[in-house]
Design a binder for this molecule. Structure first.
Ligand SMILES: [Mn+2]
Length: 337
């Protein structure tokens, strides 16, 4: 794994000072950390007198549309064509260090032969070259981006502070995941000082749902499955569930976390049947389990406590494979005790 671990940012600062135009990108199906970190980097690079465009392989999820307002977050092959891509001096990726997670942007970057910088906090990664700045103990990419602001002695405006706050708050489950550190809270405090409004960010991210989505939650939670004496809880969302409630796979976001609110729960997952008939699976667990390696066995990725992968259908077959793997993990865990 090439690159710098626990970066002190002076090297990063020196490196980026050599280039004047950047394209910033992040993972497919960007979350608030991806988008917040991108907008933070864009603001920072512009303050440093550089040009910076944000281009992602996929669009912005509906629940994060407030982040798109007033910003130019471009989508590859929708807003900019791959064939006419204006190649910048350098690329800067945030919140992923996996080629696969970059989707169509991976080809653009690799075929450009331009330097590629990466600021990431994920465990699982590809070899993206020599300029990977990684800190797996950082709670969010947004946390690392704010450290770069400080290293450059630049202050974010209130809007950018709000984006970075959203990035960190969402990636830490509103400051409750084990990744939440003293540094996370210090940075959150600074962001409030620069104008981030916590209750406003929360409302924008989590209180914009449809009634249909709430009804889907009720239906799916009613059918919660439990095994291994309650150590494993899981949810299944079929295409029929989505159709009956008039919802889409995006409306299942966050539901898996409810499985871990049961006292006995150690491992949880949600399996969602996509319109493509593929099965999207999200895993959650409590330490000392590690669902990053579990997802990796299905070519997925993520963190120790939260990960995901996509399997081919049909739903029953995918479920069997997932249950086998999670079961194995739980029995191995028991054997070690
Ligand atoms: Mn992140």
């Amino acid at each position: 794994m090439a690159g710098v671990d626990h970066p002190d940012w002076s090297e990063f600062k020196a490196l980026i000072s050599q280039y004047s135009s950047f394209v910033i990108c992040s993972h497919v199906r960007p979350d608030a950390d991806a988008l917040g970190a991108e907008l933070g980097m864009q603001y920072l690079l512009q303050k440093l007198g550089k040009t910076a465009r944000i281009v992602n392989a996929s669009g912005i999820p509906a629940n994060l549309s407030f982040i798109a307002e007033g910003n130019e977050i471009l989508q590859l092959n929708v807003d900019v064509q791959k064939q006419q891509f204006e190649i910048p001096d350098a690329f800067l990726t945030v919140d992923t260090s996996s080629w696969q997670q970059l989707g169509g942007m991976a080809d653009v970057i690799r075929s450009s032969n331009r330097p590629h910088f990466c600021v990431d906090h994920h465990l699982v990664s590809d070899d993206l070259g020599p300029h990977v700045f990684r800190n797996t103990s950082a709670a969010a990419a947004g946390e690392m981006v704010f450290q770069i602001f400080e290293a450059c002695q630049i202050q974010p405006d209130s809007v950018t502070a709000g984006y970075l706050y959203a990035a960190i708050a969402t990636d830490t489950g509103w400051f409750r995941f084990p990744s939440t550190s003293q540094e996370t809270m210090r940075i959150a405090g600074r962001l409030i000082e620069y104008g981030a409004v916590p209750h406003e960010v929360y409302r924008l991210v989590h209180e914009q749902h449809s009634l249909e989505r709430l009804r889907l939650s009720g239906r799916v939670l009613q059918g919660m499955n439990s095994d291994y004496d309650g150590r494993l809880n899981w949810l299944v969302v079929s295409a029929a569930d989505l159709e009956a409630t008039g919802t889409s796979p995006a409306d299942t976001e966050g539901l898996v976390n409810r499985c871990l609110t049961v006292a006995s729960a150690e491992v949880a997952f949600i399996a969602v049947e996509l319109p493509t008939t593929q099965i999207k699976c999200s895993f959650r667990c409590r330490p000392p389990h590690n669902v990053a390696s579990l997802a990796a066995t299905f070519s997925g990725g993520g963190h120790q406590l939260a990960s995901g992968c996509t399997l081919s259908g049909p739903l029953e077959t995918a479920l069997k494979r997932i249950l086998n793997a999670t079961g194995r993990m739980l029995s191995e865990g028991a054997a070690q005790k």
